[in-house]
Design a protein around this ligand. Sequence first.
Ligand code: S3P
Length: 429
Amino acid sequence: MDRPFLDLPPCGSLRGVLRGPGDKSVTHRGLMLLALAEGEGRLLYPLKAGDTLSTARVLRALGAEIVEEGPHFLVRGRGLRLKEPEDVLDCGNAGTLIRLLLGLLAGQEGLFAVLTGDASLRRRPMGRVVEPLRAMGARVDGRERGEKAPLAVRGQALRGIRYSLPVPSAQVKSALLLAGLFAEGMTEVEEPLPTRDHTERLFRHFGLPLWVEENRIRTQRTGPFPAKDLVVPGDFSSAAFFLVAALLAPGSEVVVEGVGLNPTRTGLLRVLRSMGADLEWQVLEGEAGEPVGWVRARYSPLKGVSVDPSLIPLMVDEVPILAAAAAWAEGETHIPGLSELRVKESDRLSAIARNLRALGVEVEEGPDWLRIRGGGVRPGEVEPFHDHRIAMAFAVAGLPVGVRVWDPEWAEISYPGFFQDLKGLCAAS
Ligand code: S3P
């Protein structure tokens, strides 16, 4: 079969205003919590893309009613008790879905479910969630004794634990907090470094038990709670591709509106500014406890930097697009603290290094770091390695000189219409 590709011609400059798609993390969580709530609630402006449509499909199989109302979702929740699914639950490519779902199902007493996903998801580590859930009393089994999907869960009575996360992971933290809603006693999660806090903010939105003290987050068993409408902010991780595209092409100016500016997500803005980026942003309002506003990026000659590793969890999905910016910067950029990138949708460390080389950039790949020698890229071909963010990041890296992107449809996992939006902003210049 012929393999699909997309040729992007060189883009002189990008100009215009963009309202990107809804936030993926908030959409997953919003759907799950509305599925547990009592009565009807709307998820307004959610992300409707591969990953979050998997979440809607799985929650329907667990008995929630989810209907599309124009751009929104109307959800009729189950009031804490989910229905036993009749078939295997296919989580597709979505790590957030499978990991949070393990937490959600662990305490559904008696309910049996099997969770699986695509080839990429079945390679990803699940023990980081399964192990602490077992300590809470969960019954989970799976390939490699529960390290890999398919995973089978039989809901049990749970008890709260105190758990110190061995790796900074919002997915693990969130799975344990969701399980904690069904557990006897207190569930406490301690983070080594701050990670995205959407679950905590949504617990507050829905009035669920939550206490945060420094790096310790606690919850306990909840009673039934009513549904409540929820507005999903724009996804900063999707906006990031256009902000960097504007920084790279002379004469560019792009404004992204309605974008989530939660400080646990925007580490990239700090790093890009330290590279000399002309970036401005403003928080205008809060929706469901999430700060929302606009960001403006103008073309800027960038210089290489050494990135502070404690910022990585605050920009964990933006490392591919930071690598694209580093390829155009003057001098070297060193990005440490990247061990988690090995276990994302692809081995992103190696996917970044290989695509940079394919575009003529000198790069050194360590076990958990990258050193990128900037100076610009030459026209070439981008290999997504079945990973949406790799496809989009390296489309942007090659955009000023023209680039071929293989399997461009991977972008639809988090951003349907990405290439149309990119071409639209180029054409407007
Ligand atoms: C996510 C957390 C991050 C991130 C992923 C979404 C979430 O994963 O990479 O795309 O919604 O909680 P980890 O928690 O595994 O770092």
